[in-house]
Design a protein around this ligand. Structure first.
Ligand SMILES: Cc1cc2nc3c(=O)[nH]c(=O)nc-3n(C[C@H](O)[C@H](O)[C@H](O)COP(=O)(O)OP(=O)(O)OC[C@H]3O[C@@H](n4cnc5c(N)ncnc54)[C@H](O)[C@@H]3O)c2cc1C
Length: 399
């Protein structure tokens, strides 16, 4: 990108110089000139009364990209031990919706080594096509090989949307691919919609520390790339349909990569899998203390639910960090989410808003959590939860 000054329009008024906190503009022969320390912040564009300053994107300038050539929605599969991870299946479910709206194909792109006997099973997840890039070395994740292969595939096939899991792997290769393609990439999206008129992907994500939700478009570049965290979208229903399978064999060697995988060590610690939990009981600061959290645990136990909480409960050491739900914790979408003494800050909401049924217990009738809850109970959780536990136990005995 670069700042362009139209010499015909520039009057040398100096408004741009005053607006530039980096002192990156000076007047030469009464015409504004941009200096190398320009950060492309764009303040001068706003300041120019003659509209003589514009920001030019190199890709638009150089390639005059014909975005109408790009068609199709892709999901790049994340896999481990010959199993496609849930995040990729969830992206297939959203991808199907987007592809149907755009009336294009949905493709699953797998880079791997041992999937020949698995493709039929994978094909039940609603895609129209599987592109399987097979190479023995791709049994493991190689950052630069993923970047190379996906970039080449995109240049050849021109998909208009690529969805990737916001996992350590996805977060690693997605920006590398985007840079090579000069494409827009929005990380950690919590919502994806389509503007059918422009075919732009509307990518929503929290910004400014979660204070606001921003919707980002990349109208002048393709493909439109987005990473999404696990648990944002639902798992797809399995369906039987004809899926076109395209297999591409490569014979990459370790030498083709700058990195060498010496050993893969699986994490042995048992971490909770909140993303897949069907029922979650979560506590917030309103629970009062670590000891009082036993009440939340008891409610979770009678419901066979997982235990979760807001960030502050982790900071106060009432709860283990892997049970934090929200923007900097886990994203969950259970059938039932019971929020106890949680105010409903947006950073918490983005992690649980996709739950099927949300029940909130809070003593403040104006707590924002009630704007999201399907059922609200106003009152002291220390009085309400024991009654709930008793009632659930009674129902269980009757059953
Ligand atoms: C960059 C950033 C990232 C963040 N990430 C996350 C995140 O991932 N997850 C997250 O949760 N937060 C996150 N936060 C913090 C978030 O902004 C809130 O501060 C936090 O969610 C508040 O936690 P809380 O609702 O438990 O506590 P509070 O906001 O203090 O709410 C406590 C609630 O309990 C109610 N209450 C009190 N006593 C009782 C009682 N006896 N019975 C019933 N109700 C009672 C009160 O009315 C109140 O509504 C983040 C913040 C930032 C800036």
């Amino acid at each position: 990108m670069s700042i362009r000054i139209d010499e015909e329009l520039c009057t040398g008024c100096g408004s741009c110089m005053e607006s530039c906190i980096y002192r990156a503009i000076e007047l030469k022969n009464n015409i504004a000139t941009v200096l190398p320390n320009c950060t492309l912040c764009g303040a001068c564009i706003e300041a120019c009364p003659e509209e003589a300053i514009t920001l030019e994107r190199d890709d638009v300038k150089a390639q005059k990209l014909d975005i109408s050539q790009f068609k199709g929605v892709w999901v790049v599969a994340e896999h481990y031990k010959k199993k496609i991870q849930n995040i990729s299946l969830q992206l297939l479910s959203k991808g199907r919706e987007l592809a149907d709206l755009l009336q294009v194909n949905l493709s699953l792109v797998i880079l791997g080594a041992e999937f020949d006997d698995k493709l039929e099973e994978f094909s039940l997840y609603g895609m129209d096509e599987i592109i399987y890039v097979k190479s023995p070395i791709l049994k493991e994740y190689y950052s630069d090989l993923y970047t190379k292969v996906i970039t080449e595939l995109v240049l050849e096939n021109k998909p208009e949307i690529i969805l990737i899991g916001a996992t350590p792997t996805g977060r690693d290769f997605a920006p590398r691919v985007a840079k090579r393609l000069n494409a827009g990439l929005t990380a950690d999206c919590t919502g994806l919609e389509i503007n059918l008129e422009t075919r732009n992907l509307l990518q929503t994500r929290p910004t400014y520390g979660g204070a606001i939700m921003a919707t980002i478009r990349t109208p002048s570049s393709r493909p439109q790339m987005a990473t999404v965290r696990a648990g944002i979208f639902k798992m797809p229903e399995k369906i039987k349909k004809n899926v076109n399978i395209k297999k591409l064999e490569y014979d990459f060697k370790e030498i083709d990569s700058v990195s060498k995988i010496v050993k893969v060590i699986s994490k042995t610690r048992n971490t909770v899998n909140l993303e897949d939990a069907k029922f979650i009981v979560a506590g917030g600061r309103g629970v009062g203390s670590k000891e009082d959290f036993r009440l939340i645990e008891e409610l979770a136990s009678v419901l066979d639910a997982e235990l979760g909480g807001s960030r502050i409960t982790v900071e106060l050491n009432w709860l283990d960090p892997d049970r934090q739900i929200g923007q900097t914790g886990k994203t969950v979408s259970p059938k039932l989410y019971i929020a106890c003494g949680i105010s409903g800050a947006i950073q918490h909401i983005v992690g649980m808003q996709n739950s099927d049924i949300i029940v909130a217990i809070n003593k403040d009738p104006n707590a924002p959590i009630f704007n999201w809850a399907h059922y609200g109970i106003v009152g002291d959780l220390h009085e309400i939860i024991p009654v709930l536990i008793d009632e659930i136990k009674k129902i269980k005995v009757e059953e």
